[in-house]
Design a protein around this ligand. Structure first.
Ligand code: MN
Length: 327
């Protein structure tokens, strides 16, 4: 399919590059680091070859979220956003941008998002899970009350917020002890992000700000597969779930969430997601440079779905959600 939009596509600046070292092994680091630092070369070739018209770019992970010195986190976010704005300006038809945000301080994050959206025309924000604020052990999840004014700004700006994965800190990762292979994209990323998203849904955040639009990657980080059970476990007891939100979790998932195909190129999984959240809330993505564009595109272009769903997922849903102009 030509004209695809992809939106979980990362780059690095020299200050954040090493955050991506060690994930995929030393043998591929020369290749991965070159992919991360490139914007206008190999990346465009991959897009041309595989029918991707536009990538919405975001900083690698965990980057800003792991900088517990708040001032430094703000500095790196601004530096990255300034750099990204310059790159997008060179080729806006092919590249758009998500802001990196210093959510260690919700007020600073709101101001930075406002700057990126109003001054640079960024399409939203992409944040790498919880933020470590002040000390390495202080992990802030965005359902917490201090973040609600930030969310008010996000809703007011009317831009989507991509909740991208990161690993749990070592002190919270005992379950993986002796099984490091489960960290990262294999399992821990999805687990960490799904719980974060569920915290937000259960907190009542979407009752207060019903027009928030949250994007999660990797075909929904397992959420579509578990959605029925989340709302229906032990239904015979008739006992209401013990959370602050007013509605069923699935109601928020349907209304406030979009999922992408990043790094999860599997038709069986896509069809489950289509049955749970609907084709209107699914967006094509690759997860370059951690996954290959050809793997994403070759799978998606031939997946057994209707052509009208392919066009929605590959292009028009994203055009509408990110206000990318004419469809
Ligand atoms: Mn990613």
């Amino acid at each position: 399919m030509q004209g695809k939009i992809a939106l979980e596509e990362h780059f690095a600046i020299p200050e954040t590059l090493m955050d991506s070292a060690g994930f995929l092994g030393e043998a591929v680091w020369p290749e991965l680091s070159a992919r991360l630092l490139d914007i206008h070369g190999r990346r465009i070739q991959e897009m041309d070859k595989h029918g991707i018209e536009t990538m919405i770019l975001s900083l690698n992970a965990p980057a800003v979220q792991a900088i517990h010195d708040v001032k430094k986190a703000n500095e790196i976010a601004k530096r990255s956003n300034d750099f990204l704005a310059e790159q997008v300006a060179k080729n806006p038809k092919r590249f758009q941008a998500f802001a990196a945000l210093p959510l260690q301080d919700p007020d600073l994050a709101a101001r930075e998002l406002e700057r990126c959206v109003k001054d640079f025309g960024f399409r939203g924000a992409l944040t790498n899970g919880f933020s470590q604020a002040g000390t390495p052990d202080t992990c802030l999840y965005y359902d917490l009350p201090q973040f609600w004014p930030f969310w008010e700004t996000v809703q007011k700006l009317d831009v989507p917020f991509y909740l991208h994965p990161r690993n749990p800190i070592a002190a919270w990762a005992q379950i993986y002890e002796g099984h490091n292979w489960l960290l990262g994209p294999t399992w821990a990323f999805g687990q960490e992000t799904a719980v974060h998203a569920l915290r937000m849904m259960g907190s009542g955040l979407f009752d207060a700000y019903p027009r928030l639009k949250i994007v999660v990657g990797h075909m929904g980080e397992g959420l579509p597969y578990s959605m029925w059970r989340i709302d229906n476990r032990n239904a015979w007891t008739g006992v209401s779930p013990n959370y602050k939100a007013k509605r069923k979790i699935a109601d928020y998932f349907h209304a406030n969430f979009w999922i992408t195909t990043s790094g999860n190129f599997r038709t069986q999984t896509l069809i489950d997601a289509m049955l749970e959240i609907g084709a209107d809330h699914i967006l094509f993505s690759a997860d370059w440079p951690f996954e290959n564009v050809d793997h994403a595109a070759n799978w998606f272009d031939t997946a057994s779905i209707s052509e009208s769903d392919r066009i929605k997922i590959g292009r028009t849903n994203s055009m509408r959600l990110f206000k990318l102009g004419n469809e």
